[in-house]
Every structure is written in structure tokens, then in C-alpha cells.
Ligand binder design. Sequence first.
Ligand SMILES: Cc1cc2nc3c(=O)[nH]c(=O)nc-3n(C[C@H](O)[C@H](O)[C@H](O)COP(=O)(O)OP(=O)(O)OC[C@H]3O[C@@H](n4cnc5c(N)ncnc54)[C@H](O)[C@@H]3O)c2cc1C
Length: 488
Amino acid sequence: MIRTGNQYRDSIRDGRRIWINGERVTDVTKHPMFKPLVDIRARIYDMAHEPATQDVMTYEENGERFAVGLKLPYTQQDWHDKRRATDVVLDDIKGVVTRVGDETVGEMWSLFDGKDVLNEVDPRFAENIERHINLVIKNDPFHVSANTDPKGDRSKRPQEQDPDMLLHVVKETDAGIVVRGAKYETAAAYANQAFTKPTIANWGDDKLSEYAVGFICDLSSPNLRFICRTGFAGRAPAEDYPLSNKFDEIDTLVVYDDVLIPWENVLFYQHTRAAAFIRATLHRYSAFAFVQRNLKLADMMIGAALWNVKQTGLEKQQAVQEKLAELACYRAGIDAHLTAAIANAERSPAGLLMPNQTFLMTGRVFACSQLHHMMHIARELCGGQICVTPDAASFRDPEAGKWLNKYYTLNDEWHADDRRKLLAFARDLLNSDYAGHRLTFQLFAQSPPFAHLAAVYRNFDWNEPLRFTKEAAGLSDRVYGRPKAAAE
Ligand SMILES: Cc1cc2nc3c(=O)[nH]c(=O)nc-3n(C[C@H](O)[C@H](O)[C@H](O)COP(=O)(O)OP(=O)(O)OC[C@H]3O[C@@H](n4cnc5c(N)ncnc54)[C@H](O)[C@@H]3O)c2cc1C
């Protein structure tokens, strides 16, 4: 099934308890700080129905249509199709949003790969993940990701402080488990369900196994509270802050105040090995869609910088060209990692096709760790005018506007209005609250930088450099020890 935008809007008008700026939100689909993103998510649903985009956004099986982004990947073509559908969405909305479903759904496929681990404790859990993956395809919900707890004092164990600092099970009933705690979740206030699982923290101790729990949380459940950070939309006019007003994905502290999770939604419980498995494999699929977003951020940085130097006649300067070339290396580098990840894709334990893990995880480090440097280069090329340019209202003022039109018109092609628009766009991309937020999002939202590097360490094949160096340096076979092992 593919839902319509309005079916999605109806699904989140469920009386959920949401706060923002200290106010209770009555209708999340209409509130000015949520509406832009709800409308984009609704637009993505509608694109699955529109003749111009239906074939890219959906596939047909037994006479029914389903979303391409939710399809289990078995072939390289499946990955090309997913990549294309995401590009078509970002082109349509003319900006970047990440947490709209296609990026988060892959986390469930990682647990699907761990069916054998789940079976160790209870075969019901392996059945549950398989059923939920199929339900997502069948029902087309907006699915998000919940990992990060407030965590508290990391030098203490959970039971040595407020035990709710990490989400845990407080009770078992015939109907299911009752959970208490809190998670930071982008988009949860306007989504349908979250794959909730342990964070990177001290849950791995057997004695604390009520913390080793994973489940699908229906975000309409009673006893959830959504306490959101303030939004960027509506704080200043859209013509001055075009990205802040349209593409702010609101993050939420979701409080689980004794929430009943039915047994059919429990994916693992009291199972530290399953918790360790999912932490180690969580992004083996979803990193692809995450890194793909950096490609579009690169497009916007290159575009803003290049249009600016074209406007001002600076693009002939060699020093300017070198900076543009650095931005191009960044973009092409990400593209190459994604393309190589599909070309060298690997079969997963459950028989799915994973993007090549070395290319994907090194690509994620490259894309995320260099983003601040690329923003710096783009900011330098756009120049200080992104900071100092007056707002659109001043350009319209009969007296001030005359001066602004004089000083912002460059020649016959570049009139003040286009120059103002470009500078406002570049300011919001590189210099605003929203720009800083976006940078932090790319750095942290799919786990922090140290975890990105840990994923590279786990996936890189260390054996070949060891073999080559052993032979080049003439080392004896003794260095391998017994049994022969990779670097640890
Ligand atoms: C904009 C945004 C959106 C987000 N969206 C989501 C979401 O939708 N769902 C979700 O679950 N989470 C989300 N997150 C949370 C994100 O995953 C966490 O911020 C991240 O996991 C780090 O946790 P923390 O913020 O508690 O930092 P901390 O754990 O306090 O870590 C801070 C720093 O301490 C160091 N550090 C901490 N622990 C270690 C360690 N074990 N080894 C080495 N160094 C360490 C690192 O330098 C790390 O960057 C989001 C974050 C941001 C900023």
C-alpha cells in the first residue's frame, strides 16, 4: 500500500502530547514550526501517486504498489532505484531533509540480519522483526529512529543514579513489557513509529539486562510525551532565511512514562548479545541514504559559491578556482564512495544485498568529517556579504531600497534582487542557526564521529596491508602467531 499525504496527516492527529517553546501543540500538522516538515513528508507520500513520479517512487508487486525506499534490497538495481527516488524527492522539494523515512528504515534490515542471534533467546523475536519489516512495506508508516538516551553520568552505572537515564523495562505483563526512560528522536513528534533500541552506553552488563531491549514503538501510544527543541521556521521571514523556514527537522525528547509495548512489537529483551549486535550493525544499510544527503549539501555549497564568484567576476582567479576544485573533490569523493558501495555490494547474513561496508563506512567518515571544512571554503568564497546584507524588507523600502538597488546591482545580468536572494540563501546554508544545526546533525544524527570511525575499524579488511607489509619488510611467519589473525 502507498499512503497519501492526507492519510499521513490524519494518522498523526491522534491527540499526542507535544510541547514546543513551552507551549502545548494542539495540531502538529498545522503548527508553524512543524507544518513545513509535515508538508514535505506529505508531499513525499503524494509523489508516490502522481503520474510524473510514481514509477520512480514505487514498485509494483501482485498488482499493488509499494514505496521503493521501503523495499528490501536484494539487487544492485534495488540500490540504484532507492538512490534515484531520494534524489527525485530532494530535487522536488529543492532542499535537504534526512529523517523522512527512507534513511531510517534500513536499521530494521540490520536486525533482520541478526535473526540467528534473536533466536538464541526467543524465536518470537526473529518472527517479530520479519513481520515488522513486512508491515512497513504493507502499511507505509513514517518510521524513525530512537537510540540516544539522556544517559546521565557516564562514570556511574545506571542503578547508581536515576535508573531512568537509560530506557529500561520496569514490568512484564501478559500483554507486553512496560518501558520507562527517554530518547532523543528527530521527527518523532510527527512520525508514526520508531525502532527503539539501546544507545552506546553501559547496557552490556548482564545484571542490567532490562536495559538491553529493542522494540517498535507506536508513537500514538498512551504515556508518551514529546518535548521538542525550538524550531527555526517562522522566526524570521522566509525570503531572508529560505532554508530555516522550510527544511528544519524538529528534534524531540520523547519521554516514555511507563509505556506498554505489546509482545508482538518486542524485538529483543534481556538480550545483551542482540543489543551488541544491533549497535555494531545498525547503519550497514541506512548509512547509504544518510551519506547521500551530503552530496546534495555539496551541490548547494558549490552552487552558492560558484554563482557568487560568477556574479562578482572572480571565477577567473586561480586561487578561487582552487577552492572550487576542493569543493568538487568533496562532491566527487562522496559520489565515488556511494557508487563503489553499490558496485561492490555484499551479501548479508540474511541474504540481503548490503552496500559494500568499507566504501560506505569510509564514505560516511569522509562526508561527515570534512563537511565543516567544505562549509568554511564555501563561506570564504561567498564572502562577508552573506553576513552584512540587509533583509528583503529593506530592499522594498522606497528610500532605503533605492540605495540597496544601486549597491547590489552588479551589471546587466545581475540585478539587486537576484544578488540579495543568493546572499540570503548562502547565509542560511552557511551562516545561520540553521546552518550550524545542519552541520551538527550530519556529525551526530547517525551516531557520533567516534562511532563512525569504529564502524570503519570493524569493516576494513586489515589482512591485505598486513600481508603486503610482512612480505615487503621480509618478516617471518612467526609474526602471525597461532592461529593466524587479523589486526586487533
Ligand atoms: C541534530 C541531531 C539529531 C539527532 N537525531 C537523533 C535521532 O533521531 N535518534 C537518535 O537516537 N539520536 C539522535 N541524535 C543523537 C545522537 O545520536 C547523539 O548525539 C550521539 O549518539 C552522541 O550522544 P550524546 O549527544 O549523548 O553525546 P555524548 O555521549 O555525551 O558524547 C559526546 C562526545 O564525547 C566523546 N565520547 C562519548 N562516549 C565516547 C566513547 N565511548 N568513546 C569515545 N569517545 C566518546 C565523543 O567525543 C562524543 O562526541 C541526534 C543528534 C543531533 C545533534
